[in-house]
Design a binder for this molecule. Structure first.
Ligand SMILES: [Zn+2]
Length: 886
């Protein structure tokens, strides 16, 4: 196999060493120009007393070096050594001032790391290792310094110039150029550095903190988006207040700024005082953004804001500790969304994502622990494991020590480590010290990859009124680890009697029953039996309530037991979960019936349950909409070995159509009722729930194959005053063939072609169409003027959605989907390695398909691997995928 020019090196956690040199102050001076920006960096450097080396090594990539001075003396070329990644200066004093001048070219930067040009904007992205593309620097998170940044540029072209911290000074040169100076008093690592310049609209507001300080809030966007800032500003104020109330965290600068950028690799970035956002994660108006967009914006604005403490004030020692800031901050944003909206809906969404994406990652070639032991390219580790499983791990700590103990623990953590770069272990130790709970075994969640499987056996002794529950745990081997030690798994549990009432929970050896209807068992051994006494009748256990641990439950539950839990469990999450498991049982049954050529039928027990779910439409529309959502084809594929893509698709369609026809009257009545209730768009949990249920009903009605329903769908689109209803209609139309669908798509584009966020939605609905010619359409869209390979949002909307969320077409029998993805990866890798590597993730579960498909995917992977000069990003992933097939 051809490797990149030099084979990329692997970095190991075990090799961590303290930095040899530390920086107290950084003075940066930028002469901005998209083609040719000059950067003068002046560092006050001192040697780390704990280390030996006298060589000062700085990171730097794709830089033109102009000069190096130590204490004002210009160094000659033979006084330092330069490679394509580093600058090495030997025999430096214990303490010195270092001045480095470099030239960079933002307009040539398509990787979107460092300083780059987006539209008419200059902006930065430095996490994880982008700062080294701006100047030579010890670009690692454990070097924290105080930054002062001066920016100079032509005033007409760059009226707004921003950096971290507070605005210190500004002025105008004689030649008409202007300059600004920003000072950030809080020491920070280079990955949190940010700069933005451009002609932008600003919307302002303010927030008074818990100690009475007034903070200026500013959102900067393109002028054409000036009407789309209200929601993000409101979300920011909600987040600031929530963090004070929930975690006692107060904001610490005079100003908090958010900038919307069109070309951005990630969702958003928490740079100190100057958050930079993917425009799609900040801009919203009812006509252009869906409920889902509103929800996501609120959550991401919260997430980035919360980083001010969990990430910025206390940061990571090294990138293996990435989950220190991300796992904890995701948990914080999940709590925030849950408190502001519906707790049940939030938990269901979180678990859905975890199961469909993180479990797949854990089961695939890229499996890694929440704290990985090694990596080639850190950008590949911004994963669902680090983020979502990391959040589950912190959430389990909270479950184990209780909410009050957790708050004590986080208070101690912030106090003890403010201004430091620390490890996940330091976090756990702080919680232990504050609560005196021993989390030694629990720490295995950070070092062991893989999804544990918890098997359940129960026994009820009627004469003694004793119920025993035997739980055993195993964890499948992952490429990095064959053997796993038992985890500490918190299992939340309740017991229900035959009428569905909660039963008292008294463990053997305890004098009294628990006060609550749910208790948390600690499963710490490979196998453990929990015995409950005074259990008057045979109970139905409700296990893993609220999904108390990120595990797979291996419990043999009959359809009638699942139906019983679906109807009676007091834990909303488990009601939903029982329904999902029932759906899965039914769908897998349909798949095997198809193979045996037996006539397909939907079991009566499911029909009955759906009927009673529909009766609750009035009382809990949000949960009903969730309960009616059939598990995705991808999730079903993960339940089968080998996954039969075509049968899964047909089974799912059959089930949906059958239910749609059977309950057409109910769906129609609920739809009509909710549609008549419609009022002016507002983003709140109630209205959102109603729109969600209404559009779920519409999707069933459309599945009934009744032409009248198409008219209903078109009417909804015509009458819609918000993007949620309009887009729901359009995606249903895009699944259909014929002139009406084509006309709807054309009309939508004509109306919205001026709006990038809406055009991305238009691209997505087409990439997700179930029509068999979708790949052709996708290829056509990539030639459309609205599409650019250089724009990550476009790439995700078309290539990403098609390959990840359109399984029936991506996994087409002829392998055309696979060949398509390989071609795109090869092109993208030259432009933007991070985005290329991310798209490659669509091949993650390649070994779960049949032999023919595996052979075709392997060919596609080999095609990518044989390219000359692959980026470390793509090299690492493609190598691991191929190694898994050997
Ligand atoms: Zn984050």
């Amino acid at each position: 196999m051809t490797s990149p020019v030099t084979t990329p090196k692997e970095t190991f956690l075990a090799d961590y060493k303290q930095p040899d040199f530390l920086i107290d102050n950084v003075n940066l001076h930028f002469d901005l120009d998209p083609q040719h920006t000059k950067v003068i960096s002046t560092l006050s450097v001192h040697k780390n007393p704990n280390t030996e080396t006298a060589d000062c090594v700085l990171d730097g990539e794709q830089l033109e070096l102009v000069s190096v001075k130590i204490n004002g003396r210009l160094l000659q070329g033979n006084e330092y050594l330069r490679t394509d990644k580093q600058l090495l200066i030997s025999a430096v004093p214990e303490q010195f001032d270092l001045e480095i001048v470099t030239i960079i070219h933002p307009d040539k930067n398509t990787a979107l790391e460092g300083l780059y040009y987006s539209g008419s904007l200059l902006c930065t992205q430095c996490e994880a290792e982008g700062f080294r593309r701006i100047t030579y620097y010890p670009d690692r998170p454990d070097v924290m310094a105080v930054f002062t940044v001066t920016i100079a540029a032509d005033k007409a072209a760059w009226p707004i110039m921003l950096a971290n911290g507070n605005l210190a000074e500004q002025g105008v040169f004689e030649d008409g150029r202007h300059w600004v100076r920003w000072h950030d008093p809080h020491p920070k690592p280079s990955y949190l550095f940010a700069l933005v310049a451009g002609d932008l609209y600003v919307q302002q507001d303010s927030f008074t903190t818990m100690s009475g300080r007034e903070v200026k809030l500013e959102i900067f966007v393109d002028h054409e988006n000036s009407h789309k800032c209200d929601h993000a500003l409101m979300s920011l104020k909600q987040a600031m207040l929530w963090d004070e109330k929930t975690y006692g965290r107060e904001y610490d600068l005079d100003v908090f700024m958010i900038v919307a950028v069109n070309d951005f690799n990630m969702g958003a970035m928490e740079n100190k005082g100057l958050n930079i956002f993917n425009a799609a994660c900040v801009l919203a108006s009812p006509e252009t953004a869906t409920d889902n967009d509103y929800y996501t914006i609120q959550s991401i604005v919260g997430h980035e804001y919360f980083h001010n403490w969990s990430g910025n004030r206390v940061t990571c020692r090294d990138w293996f500790q990435l989950s220190l800031k991300e796992g904890f901050t995701v948990l914080r944003d999940q709590q925030f969304s849950s408190d502001l909206n519906s707790a049940a809906v939030q938990r269901i969404a979180d678990v859905n994502q975890l199961r469909s994406m993180q479990f797949a990652e854990d089961a695939g070639p890229m499996a890694h622990p929440v704290r990985p032991a090694s990596f080639i390219e850190i950008s590949n580790f911004y994963t669902v494991t680090i983020y979502e499983k990391g959040a589950e791990v912190v959430g389990m700590i909270k479950t184990i020590v209780g909410a009050e103990g957790f708050r004590k623990g986080t208070d101690l953590y912030f106090k003890r480590h403010d201004g430091q770069a620390v490890t996940t272990d330091d976090f756990v130790t702080a919680i232990e010290d504050a609560t005196k709970v021993d989390l030694t075994q629990f720490r295995r969640w950070y070092s062991q990859a893989g999804t544990p499987v918890v098997a359940v056996k129960t026994h009820y002794d009627h004469a003694k009124e004793v119920f025993s529950l035997t739980l055993s745990q195993t964890c499948p081997a992952t490429p990095d680890q064959a053997e796993k030690q038992p985890f500490h798994i918190p299992v939340a549990l309740g017991l229900l009697d035959a009428d569905g009432n909660a039963m008292p929970l008294q463990l053997k050896g305890e004098n009294l029953a628990a006060l609550s209807n749910t208790i948390v068992l600690s499963l710490t051994e490979a196998e453990q039996t929990f015995t409950f006494v005074n259990v008057e009748s045979s109970p139905v256990p409700s296990l893993l309530r609220g999904f108390s641990a990120p595990v797979r439950l291996d419990a043999i539950r009959t359809s009638s037991e699942l139906a019983f839990l679906m109807a009676n469990d007091s834990d909303s999450f488990n009601r939903w979960d029982a329904g999902q498991q029932l759906f899965i049982n039914v769908l897998l049954g349909l798949v095997s019936a198809m193979k045996k050529d037996v006539e397909l039928a939907v079991p009566h027990i499911l029909v009955e349950q759906i009927e009673s779910v529909l009766e609750d439409a009035d009382t809990d529309p949000a949960l009903v909409a969730k309960m009616l959502s059939i598990p995705s084809e991808n999730y079903l594929a993960a339940q089968m070995q080998p996954a039969d893509v075509d049968a899964i698709h047909r089974a799912r369609e059959f089930l949906k159509t059958t239910l749609a026809k059977k309950f057409k009257k109910q769906f129609s009545a609920i739809y009509q009722y909710l549609n008549e209730q419609k009022k002016a768009y507002a983003f709140n949990a109630d209205d959102m729930a109603k729109r969600s249920l209404k559009n779920t009903c519409l999707s069933f009605l459309m599945a009934s194959n009744d032409p009248m329903q198409t008219q209903r769908c078109l009417k909804q689109m015509k009458d819609a005053d918000n993007m949620t209803d309009l887009l729901a209609g359009l995606s249903l139309m895009a699944d259909q063939k014929g002139p009406e669908a084509e006309h709807a798509l054309r009309a939508f584009y004509e109306q919205w072609q001026h709006d990038r966020q809406v055009v991305d939605k238009w691209l997505t609905v087409q990439a997700l169409s179930k029509q068999s010619d979708t790949l052709l359409r996708v290829k056509g869209l990539m030639k459309h003027p609205a599409f650019s390979m250089k724009n990550p949002n476009n790439v995700r909307a078309v290539i990403g959605q098609f390959c990840r969320n359109n399984p029936i077409n991506f996994h087409a029998k002829d392998g055309s989907g696979y060949a398509f993805l390989a071609e795109q990866i090869i092109v993208l890798d030259k432009l933007n390695p991070q985005v290329a590597s991310r798209q490659l993730g669509a091949f993650n579960s390649w070994q779960q398909y049949d032999a023919d498909r595996q052979a075709m995917i392997k060919k596609a992977l080999n095609n990518i691997a044989s390219q000359k000069g692959l980026s470390p990003d793509v090299y690492e992933v493609v190598t691991k995928y191929l190694a898994a097939g050997e």
